[in-house]
Design a protein around this ligand. Structure first.
Ligand SMILES: [Fe+2]
Length: 225
């Protein structure tokens, strides 16, 4: 006999997740298109890596969502700090380092699945234990956290920041390789260096991101005055 309660609970959860995901997409893109582009790229790199190391379809989809919302904790931090063009004070940097925990609290309020929330709170933990907020080491960091960390590092390196110009893809891959088994999970470094799909996405990233912003706004006239 079909368990209708279980079925309707699952459908309900899926619908709730889809509408929260849509809302978060819209809010991030409204707050800062530049930061939204970063989230879309991290989401793509993370799901490509998840697929290439054999994670399930559901895990790959959850990592895609985690990639979009991984920096949602920044919405609880003042833009004056986030957009500062000079170096941060110790106090400001401490505040910025709270964003994974702030992100976890926000997503918890919207009933995001536990694996997504765990990935978000761990996305700055480094394989050698030098990351934050806890300083977890190796496989004590969940696979989502390890994937988001390397995906975000690659994206940050391959784009301009207020402090330096973007690395070429070869320079970024070399830097990732140099830090294998130090900052990054060696299995993921291998998957990243081997992935043609990741390189293909990198080549077309600007067009794909522009498209993502357009579709985040599609059918949303909430903010039209
Ligand atoms: Fe982050």
């Amino acid at each position: 006999m079909i368990n209708f309660t279980l079925y309707s609970n699952r459908t309900g959860n899926l619908l709730r997740l889809k509408s929260s995901e849509k809302l978060f997409n819209l809010l991030i893109s409204l707050r800062s298109p530049w930061r939204y582009y970063h989230c879309v790229r991290v989401s793509a790199y993370a799901s490509i890596l998840a697929n290439s190391i054999g994670l399930s379809k559901k895990q790959t989809r959850h990592l895609q969502i985690a990639g979009v919302v991984h920096d949602i904790g920044f919405s609880a931090i003042n833009d004056r700090i986030l957009d500062k063009q000079s170096s941060l004070t110790t106090e400001e940097y401490t505040r910025v380092k709270h964003h994974p925990v702030l992100g976890m609290r926000i997503l918890d309020c919207y009933d995001f699945p536990e694996d997504i929330v765990k990935g978000v709170v761990q996305h700055h933990e480094a394989f050698d234990g030098s990351g934050y907020p806890v300083g977890l080491k190796g496989e004590a960091i969940g696979v989502y956290g390890r994937i988001l960390f390397i995906a975000e590092a690659f994206d940050t390196m391959t784009n301009d920041t207020p402090y330096r110009h973007a690395y070429t893809i070869d320079a970024a891959m070399k830097s990732i390789q140099d830090m294998s088994n130090k900052k990054y999970d060696p299995g993921l470094v291998h998957a990243m260096l081997d992935s043609e799909e990741l390189t293909d996405f990198y080549m077309q990233r600007d067009t794909i991101c522009r498209h993502a912003v357009q579709s985040a706004f599609q059918g949303n006239d909430l903010f039209t005055l």
